[in-house]
Design a binder for this molecule. Structure first.
Ligand code: ATP
Ligand code: MG
Length: 565
């Protein structure tokens, strides 16, 4: 199981838990849970919650459950249930127990009956709109429903008939009887149950009434003996209600709800509703589109769980909402892959170079280092022949100042091989574009040779034309052009900011032959370019690589700019 050192980042939750353990609260026991609603795939925001809940449990030798908050059958399904487990495991965590809120439907119903009998819940027959109108505002108290004083018998009868399916959706709700004048709107007789004639992915058609989150969540926590119920800030105002339910229920534990700020990232959206919208409207290729912040998308993009965990540790846990720059996430994957990704040579936009004095038919194997950061990764042989591809960008017929790459008359080194000099340029007669470049090489300059140490200013990556494999390379940019998804003209939604250039497909790339059997999702550094991951749909016949992140570290630049105002 992965470890998250939650002690490094600012983490006030850890301090609360530590204090509770020291004080012997809950007999020193720590039990947390990660409670996703199976109405979409998990995203990097959930990763923060996963690291926090599982991390705290680990650190204090406690337990962490995975619990599906499956109380809304119309939006939930089995596909999401399964994907969530896969993602939690991929993040490196194992749950101590797996539960569903729907495991407790019978208990929740029994307890609702108990509340009715105690005069603490009643069936209301106002419409949703009328209930809203009666609720009042922040400055005005709410008004009581005319049904608030129904007798216990009448409430029991109506609630039982709600359960047996006698009424249509919306005809009645069960509400807690708390205080319509409470300054906290959540305490103004909140809804506990609503009628919903819908098939549930686990309980089928057994139920046609479903509990609300505010009712089901604290009870689920109490049943499981959760000690610290960690959730995001929007539930802060719900805490008095959480405590009210827990107090009434008297379960195995009296869990404490603690809120923290959700993770927001620039240039993307995180809410499952918005992500679903992108998927359904085909703005992206699916939940695992590498442009999405979903864990599936990030994985296909080439992210590692280690990098995501390190990122989560670094950002810490705060009590105030903020936005984290996407560049910071990029920084963490770069750091991680730099240590472990093997280097290979790949030419994304090939330009043919003919080495005129290189013997026709000769093939040499040069030795290339797999990872200069980890010499135990060894070396590999890369074939060299008379015709090679280099990057179009690495050649300029008319070079700008300080252009140290290939240009007529100038020498460059082919990485791990020879120094060569450009002697001629052949252009396409029709378009005038450079079609191929001719060079001569200096046979003495191969590494190990007499002139191996001769210095030139530019070193280029390359692949032998005869040996190269064809590949498609997909370059990704931000999903949204603006840092703030909400920054749109009036009346429009975040899709107005969709970046039309978020995906660039290069179908004519050439990669070195060692990549022939690169397994799906394996990760490489393409020298001088960035980190790339083998797409799951890639095969030896049709190689496809996704760019995880470019080499250039824009985060380092941002930080530098901050230090030098
Ligand atoms: P979304 O708005 O993305 O649908 P949600 O809160 O409705 O998110 P849940 O499935 O209910 O999604 O979330 C499961 C857990 O993950 C909850 O405890 C929730 O607070 C937490 N979580 C969700 N989004 C974030 C986020 N962006 N940052 C941190 N924690 C999050
Ligand atoms: Mg939710």
């Amino acid at each position: 199981m992965a470890t998250v050192d939650s002690s490094q980042a600012g983490n006030f939750i850890r301090e609360i838990v530590e204090g509770d353990v020291k004080a012997g609260k809950h007999d020193g026991r720590v039990a947390t849970r990660f409670p996703p609603e199976p109405n979409g795939y998990l995203h990097i925001g959930h990763a923060k919650s996963i690291c926090l809940n599982f991390g705290i449990a680990q650190e204090f030798h406690g337990t962490c459950n995975l619990r599906y908050d499956d109380t809304n059958p119309t939006k939930e399904n089995l596909e999401y249930v399964e994907a969530i487990q896969e993602d939690v495991r991929w993040m490196g965590f194992t749950w101590d127990a797996l539960f569903y809120a729907s495991d407790y439907f019978e208990q929740l119903d029994e307890f609702a009956v108990h509340l009715i009998k105690k005069g603490k819940a009643y069936v209301d027959s106002l419409s949703a709109e009328e209930i809203r109108q009666h609720r009042g505002t922040l400055t005005e108290p709410g008004r009581e429903s005319p049904h608030r004083h129904r007798s216990v018998e009448e409430n029991l009868d109506l609630f039982a008939r709600m359960r047996t399916g006698e009424f249509p959706d919306g005809a009645h709700v069960l509400r807690a009887k708390i205080d319509m004048a409470s300054p906290n709107i959540n305490m103004r007789d909140p809804t506990l149950y609503r009628i919903r004639h819908a098939t549930h992915h686990r309980t089928g058609d057994t139920w046609c009434i479903y509990p609300t989150y505010d009712y089901a969540h604290p009870i689920s926590d109490a049943i499981e003996g959760i000690t610290h119920s960690i959730c995001t800030l929007e539930f802060e105002d719900h805490r008095p209600l959480y405590d009210w339910v827990v107090e009434e229920f008297k379960g195995k534990s009296r869990p404490q709800q603690i809120e923290f700020a959700r993770l927001n990232l620039t240039h993307t959206v995180m809410s499952k509703r918005k992500l679903l919208d992108l998927v359904e409207k085909k703005h992206v290729a699916g939940w695992d589109d590498p442009r999405l912040p979903t864990l599936k998308g990030l994985r296909r993009r080439g992210f590692t769980p280690e990098a995501i965990r390190a990122f989560c540790e670094h950002i810490g846990v705060a009590k105030r909402d903020g936005v984290v720059e996407m560049a910071l996430l990029d920084h963490f994957i770069r750091e991680d892959l730099n240590k472990r990704a093997h280097r290979v040579m790949a030419v994304l936009r090939p330009l043919k170079v003919i080495i005129d004095n290189y013997p026709e038919g000769q093939v040499e194997e040069v030795e290339a280092i797999n990872n200069p950061e980890d010499l135990s990764a060894g070396t590999r042989k890369v074939p060299l022949a008379r015709v090679v591809y280099i990057e179009q960008d690495d050649f300029r017929e008319v070079p700008p100042k300080k252009f140290f790459r290939l240009t007529p008359g100038q020498e460059v080194r082919l990485r791990y091989a020879y120094i060569m000099k450009c002697t001629d340029v052949v252009k396409d007669a029709r378009t005038g574009e450079v079609a191929e470049v001719h060079c001569t090489y200096d046979p003495e300059t191969r590494s190990g040779g007499p002139q191996a140490n001769r210095k030139v200013k530019g070193t280029l990556h390359w692949v032998s034309a005869k040996h190269a494999l064809d590949a498609e390379v997909r370059l990704y940019d931000h999903l949204l052009t603006k840092a703030d998804p909400g920054d749109v003209p009036e009346g429009q939604d975040f899709t107005a900011n969709l970046n039309p250039n978020s995906l660039e497909r290069l179908t004519g790339a050439k990669v070195e032959p060692s990549l022939k059997s690169a397994p799906p999702l394996s990760r490489y550094q393409f020298e001088r370019q960035g980190y790339f991951c083998v797409d799951p749909a890639s095969s030896g016949d049709k190689l496809v690589f996704n760019r995880t992140v470019a080499l250039r570290d824009s985060w380092a630049k941002i930080e530098k700019a901050r230090l030098e105002p």
